[in-house]
Design a protein around this ligand. Structure first.
Ligand SMILES: C[S@@+](CC[C@H](N)C(=O)[O-])C[C@H]1O[C@@H](n2cnc3c(N)ncnc32)[C@H](O)[C@@H]1O
Length: 270
């Protein structure tokens, strides 16, 4: 296997940027080390050979592999708890008071293995309690990686992932499996709809806008222009009065968005 030439690297960079918004421009060593053993194992003679297979692969498997290798799916329950607290204490009560037809729509964009949308489902369950029958709450959770979406549907987690959850939730919303892991109960699992979706798609196939969009720790891979365009599209798909919640390290430039800054990581469409 050869090393990654500048020409091959530029081709891979362009592919990742145009198709997935991922900015690899300063990451040549990372790309090389992350892909090398896979390419050797699959019998690719060079990075160029892999690149040709990538652009001709109709199944999308090679592209999915590339994205999985070069981005992280790292997540856990209650990650950046202050955003979930805001959702529980401010966004949900506001939405519940404002909704005229009992309809609440939430989107977890870049949901990884499900910890984020399932946390939202538990918050909604606690909030609405017995009254949930009168509410039509929908949590859509999307990711580009089929591997993490399969894990999300499985909904079985180790102690490390659920460590930060309140003890009462662990008892109420999880059941132990034979391998010492815990599976979310059906009532929570069925509260979330998982779909594969690339945030770079030109067309967002949603009929209705969302009251809250979570897109946390996803846009860190995107270059400024891609991030700006995506935030504008989120804005178009946010209900008036609704929120966009990003990762705590992902401040949005106020001049580049119509959302109003509420607190770190939280923006509102007024
Ligand atoms: C670090 S995880 C974040 C999970 C969760 N939102 C959190 O904050 O804990 C980032 C996720 O974004 C997904 N992702 C990256 N680029 C994407 C794209 N273009 N479209 C959809 N999902 C993408 C990755 O597959 C990964 O699962």
């Amino acid at each position: 296997m050869q090393t990654l030439s500048d020409q091959e690297f530029n081709k891979l960079c362009l592919f990742a940027k145009q198709n997935y918004g991922i900015d690899l421009s300063n990451k040549k060593t990372l790309v090389e080390t992350k892909l090398l053993s896979y390419l050797a194992g699959k019998g690719y003679k060079s990075f160029l050979h892999f690149y040709h297979s990538l652009i001709n692969d109709r199944t999308g498997n090679e592209a999915a592999f590339l994205v999985n290798r070069l981005t992280t799916n790292y997540t856990y329950f209650m990650r950046e708890a202050e955003s979930f607290n805001f959702f529980r204490d401010t966004a949900v009560p506001y939405m519940a008071a404002a909704a005229d037809n009992g309809d609440l729509r939430i989107w977890s964009a870049g949901c990884s293995s499900g910890e984020e949308p399932y946390t939202l489902a538990m918050i909604l369950k606690d909030h609405f309690g017995q009254n949930e029958l009168f509410w039509d709450t929908k949590i859509l959770a999307t990711d580009i990686s089929t591997r993490v979406l399969e894990q999300a549907l499985e909904a079985t987690y180790g102690e490390e992932q659920i460590r930060d959850l309140p003890a009462v939730w662990k008892l109420k919303y999880f059941e132990p499996d034979q391998n010492g892991r815990r599976r979310l109960v059906q009532a929570i699992r069925e509260g979330v709809i998982f779909r594969k979706f690339n945030l770079m798609e030109k067309y967002f196939p949603f009929k209705q806008k969302f009251h809250v969009i979570f897109c946390r720790n996803v846009m860190i891979y995107f270059d400024n222009e891609t991030r700006k365009q995506l935030i504008n599209r989120f804005y178009d798909f946010t209900e008036t009065g609704g929120y966009l919640i990003v990762g705590v390290s992902e401040a949005i430039n106020r001049r580049e968005t119509k959302y109003k800054f509420i607190m770190p990581a939280v923006y509102r469409k007024e």
